[in-house]
Write a protein that binds this ligand. Sequence first.
Ligand code: NAD
Ligand code: 0WE
Length: 254
Amino acid sequence: MSDTQKTAVIFGLANKRSIAWAIAQKLHAAGWRLAITYQNERLEQEAKDLIADLPGAAGFMCDVSFDEQIAKLFEELNSRYGVLHGLVHSVAFAPAEELQGDFFNTTREGFRIAHDISVYSLIAVARAAAPMMTSGGGIVTLTYYGAEKVVPRYNVMGVAKAALEASVRYLANDFGPKAIRVNAISAGPIKTLAARGISGLGDMLKSHAERAPMKRNVDPGEVGATAAFLLSEAGSGITGETIYVDCGYNIMGF
Ligand code: NAD
Ligand code: 0WE
């Protein structure tokens, strides 16, 4: 390993369809050394098999709903790498019942969980990573159009993504003086684990492709490439932004 190699930690690998995996592959191809986290024992084997394909990459378990697990992870990262240059947050969760029916039926607990896992976790990992980003760095999270326009059944996740995008701006302001940039990628719908089981996803993908200027859906590799760009020198003037990787869907009015 050369000492000019940059190191990134990626949160949210579940399987080969995960956006986190597409990002890991693009960062690896761009020469990054990677620490990749998965949520629990259930996902461990599949995650480790994938990570083994990327020379120099290491896997770590971290459930972001526990402060102690985040603290322990960053202790390990600190002793292993010392310096971090990149962080990718590709984590979201709301209880399945919250992603069906009407938004007004959102429960207090469903609201809490969605915001804890999908929003607060970004703040927590950014705070833990910042002291390790001693030569500046980049933080990227994943958001979705349902943050700004109503997407039926996205419900409390839409509200959480709005809070996530606002958090990106506040973190960008806090960390700007330390040359740590914070951005969100708003990806078009992709058939991942988190999107499967969503009723009507097939129809959504079809209508998204029809309405997007590019007449197709986004490829996870395109999201990965945008993350690699944002974390690279090429992104050095960009912070606090939400960048759309949606084949242009969001620009249409009719
Ligand atoms: P995915 O299921 O592969 O990834 C979601 C990840 O979140 C999983 O790895 C899961 O283990 C992790 N996670 C959930 N709760 C966690 C916890 N408590 N601790 C640690 N990790 C936890 O699905 P994905 O589509 O790759 O989702 C990644 C991100 O992309 C999410 O933020 C999602 O909202 C966003 N996104 C997805 C789409 C889409 O259509 N798939 C579109 C735009 C944005
Ligand atoms: O952010 C997401 C999905 C996030 C997600 C998915 C699940 C499914 C399994 C969060 N929590 C859970 N909880 C579970 O139990 N997307 C952008 C994909 C997505 O989800 C939708 C969508 C789209 C697009 C839900 C309803 C409508 C559209």
